[in-house]
Design a protein around this ligand. Structure first.
Ligand SMILES: Cc1ncc(COP(=O)(O)O)c(C=O)c1O
Length: 407
């Protein structure tokens, strides 16, 4: 198991005292806090390395370029991408998915083609495909959920046909915490010739992810949900596909030769990274990966499963709490969505906030899922490596106090 007490020492923000209370930060699915090593890596970059990358022959530019490329290498190893040319730095998961939509899908998806999504997708993995469907005359098809809140795999299998050109789905749901069988689903999609995009925003921070084992064609995630800085994200494109995915944005840095009327482009991944990149973000992300590796992703996963199981047990004991998503820990991660009687989730979150407990309330950028669950919003508690069983106890006690607000 992990040493949470010593981990907490690495996160200065956890000493914050909202309204004079201890901070209990349970909004990790939205963004995680940053350890000192990540904060320091950004400081080190600006105090000792700052220069534009790739462009200049001087010493500092070389140092910054090396650090940026080392970060790419680290990301490639972290998700077992096989080679660094498959790793493209973007701003976040949203930009990674849009890159695939604008660059690959605009060229490869046509009238009558089908795109399979799940009803639980984050808007980031839904709206880009709505755009493609609208512009190209393609059809969106949705996989819904079984009674146990997990994907209806029979309906998924029935949807697969040669018309399907893309399956785009999350590995872990940011609302229900379910882990989808992306490896199996990729294998089945490939049998009908479809490409697969996996949204790993909620998986990469919490479990060991091996993109080549999954076998997917595209994989997207964000640095800020895994201890890294905001404004840095990753898109993995399977090596065999790099020739088929044209450049997305055009401009500096991504070219080979430019004439007045045309240009040729750099090799991947630079061909997808137009303009000055987020160098400090990449360096900060590399420091975050070092931190996670230092604990071990399997240990992180186990600790989170243990804490979530404990929280589920406690929440199930409160008679006015309704939990959305599986009540057991089979294929489930540390996100718990719930409602408290008929009190609006924003009110619940505001009341908990008075006790220093930070949760999220709202539609979680998953309005179709909210409609499917027949709610307008939920409360969401989400855990990470620095959360403790005592914090869960305090969160649950604070939630129990809501009873006094009942009419
Ligand atoms: C499953 C999932 N996909 C995509 C995103 C979008 O991430 P970002 O805002 O970093 O682009 C999120 C963020 O909450 C998410 O949870």
């Amino acid at each position: 198991m992990i040493d949470v007490k010593s981990i907490r020492e690495d996160f200065p923000i956890l000493k914050a005292r909202p309204y004079g209370k201890d901070l209990i930060y349970l909004d990790n699915a939205a963004t995680t806090q940053k350890p000192l090593s990540v904060i320091k890596s950004i400081d080190d970059y600006y105090t000792g390395m700052n220069a534009n990358v790739y462009r200049s022959a001087h010493y500092l530019s070389g140092v910054a370029t090396n650090a940026y490329e080392k970060a790419r290498n680290k990301v490639a190893e972290f998700i077992n991408a096989g080679s660094e040319e498959t790793i493209i730095f973007t701003r976040n998961t949203t930009e990674s998915i849009n890159l695939v939509a604008y660059a690959w899908a605009m060229e490869n998806i046509n009238k009558g083609d089908e795109i399979i999504l799940t009803v639980a997708e984050h808007h980031s993995n839904m709206l880009p495909w709505q755009l493609i469907a609208e512009k190209k005359g393609a059809k969106l098809r949705y996989v819904y959920l079984n009674e146990d809140s997990r994907l209806d795999m029979d309906s998924y299998r029935n949807m697969l046909s040669s018309r399907v050109k893309l399956v785009a789905l999350q590995q872990v749901s940011n609302v229900l915490g379910i882990i989808n069988p992306v490896r199996e689903m990729t294998e089945e999609a490939h049998k009908v010739g479809a490409k697969v995009l996996v949204d790993g925003a909620q998986s990469v921070p919490h479990m060991k992810v091996d993109v080549r084992d999954i076998g997917c064609d595209f994989f997207a995630f964000s640095g800020h949900k895994m201890l890294g800085p905001m404004g840095i994200g990753v898109l993995y494109i399977k090596k065999d596909l790099l020739d088929e995915v044209p450049a997305f944005m055009r401009g500096g840095e991504m070219i080979d030769e430019v004439y007045e009327d045309r240009a040729t482009f750099a090799d991947p991944p630079l061909k997808y990274e137009a303009g000055t990149p987020n160098v400090e973000g990449a360096i900060g992300l590399a420091a975050a990966i070092d931190y996670l590796d230092g604990i071990g992703m399997d240990n992180i996963h186990k600790a989170e499963v243990d804490l979530t199981e404990y929280a589920l047990k406690k929440l199930k004991e409160i008679d006015f709490v309704k939990i959305y998503g599986p009540l057991d820990m089979k294929d489930r991660m540390g996100v718990i969505s719930f409602n408290a009687a008929d009190i609006h989730p924003h009110d619940v979150a505001t009341i908990l906030d008075q006790d220093g407990v930070a949760i999220r309330s709202g539609h979680h950028c998953a309005q179709p899922l909210m409609r499917y669950l027949k709610v307008t919003a939920t409360c969401r508690a989400s855990f990470y490596i620095y959360n403790t069983h005592e914090e869960v106890d305090e969160f649950v006690e604070s939630l129990k106090g809501i009873r006094k607000w009942f009419k």
